[in-house]
Write a protein that binds this ligand. Sequence first.
Ligand SMILES: Cc1ncc(COP(=O)(O)O)c(C=O)c1O
Length: 469
Amino acid sequence: MTQKFNAQTRQNDNQFWMHPWEYMASAGQADRTIITQADGIYVQDDTGARMIDGPAGMWCTQIGYGRKEMADAIAEQVVKLTYINPFSLSAGPPAQLATRLAQMAPGAMNHVFFTTGGTTAVETALRFVHYYNNVKGRPLKKHIISRSDAYHGSSYLTGMVAGKDRDKSFLDITMPQVHLLSTVNPKRRPADMSLEEFCTARVNELEAKILEIGAEKVGAFIAEPVQASGGVIVAPNGYFKRVWEVCRKYDVLFIADEVVTAFGRLGHWFASKEVFGVEPDLVTCAKGITSGYLPMGACLIADRVFDQVSGDNAKGGSFAHGYTNSGHPVCSVAALKNIEIMEREGLLAQVRELAPHFQQRLKSLRDIPLVFDTRGIGLLGCVECTVRGVEHSGMSPEELLALDVDLGARIDRHCQEMGLMLRPIVNQCVFSPALIITRKQIDEMFDIMREGIVRTMHDIEVDLGYSVA
Ligand SMILES: Cc1ncc(COP(=O)(O)O)c(C=O)c1O
């Protein structure tokens, strides 16, 4: 019976569900792993195999799966008050959540705009930049500066400020008012450049770009404190604070996209101030805000920015932007319960305590010849694998991409067989386990990962005939 049900699910999925980032050549035949249940840091697939969920969903299941008290809180709110029209009404849970977020925020940020997820949070921030400068009588100050390897969402505007380049997407991804700076990935710096020089070069690049466009035309700079989907890229020490200072110098709003880094990933509610010493003008968050139990996001606005376009400065304007599900009461209750659990279980402190061990285990993978780089911070990590020398072998970019995709898929397959799900981004295995992970489980995770990479290396040599070691 179960087997029949699973087969039906697979057929329905293949036939009717067009997934995010659908690879169109194999649409209808993707045969995705079907997850049937989950608890704690584990997921179980339709064959009954139980695996550590390496990426915690998509960097989001902070408190782990299957919490009964979360289910009870959500159920209670569904019965009590399912919905309110957020354009004209209010309710206890979103008002209380806004207060909590303002208290946790990096700096004086007492204005919380609720959204439905990360994309809508970033879209809100970008549209607010437009609004702000129009109200201030600076209609030209709309250019946005972003960075290579960035990911900020999948709406038209947020897609424009993304900087990932390996997808052959056929989507329009350029806009004259959006400018991308070079990667901040230290591993990609010129061989003769020190980390300090690299950092200065990237900071100077921002300043030069502002001057090239004209500061009077640059509305905002947007940056993830750590570029997550781009492959967990951690910029050199001091970079984030220095680019923030450049923005302040030229009156350019600084948007910190904390969709991944907020809610404990780096051991703090938000990473901007506590980890990087920055008080942004706008902060976006989502994902971990509800630990993935329900969809929600938020855009926080600093008082010094909000005050300039509100009250006596409002010029009669209204920020004509909003969502039917902004501040949804049930999602708000899920976020409040999530915060309560994280506080009660001391998860922020636990992440700070376990992070050095996690990072040390990650770094220790570097001795495997297939590993090109490892990088990470907090409970965020990435291991990037590559067959050395192939870039000079005369292969086309398409062939190189296919080899890298194959590499990632093989590592994932081997790891899944041993009880760890990774879901690589091409040849980069990124992972961000639930924050409740224990030291023993971290060891188990890295032991499997090591073996999965070693087995893949063997495949590459035996099946594909490349020499790796
Ligand atoms: C930094 C960042 N911003 C925005 C988003 C978009 O969030 P969502 O998928 O919830 O719309 C993501 C998603 O991965 C993200 O990593």
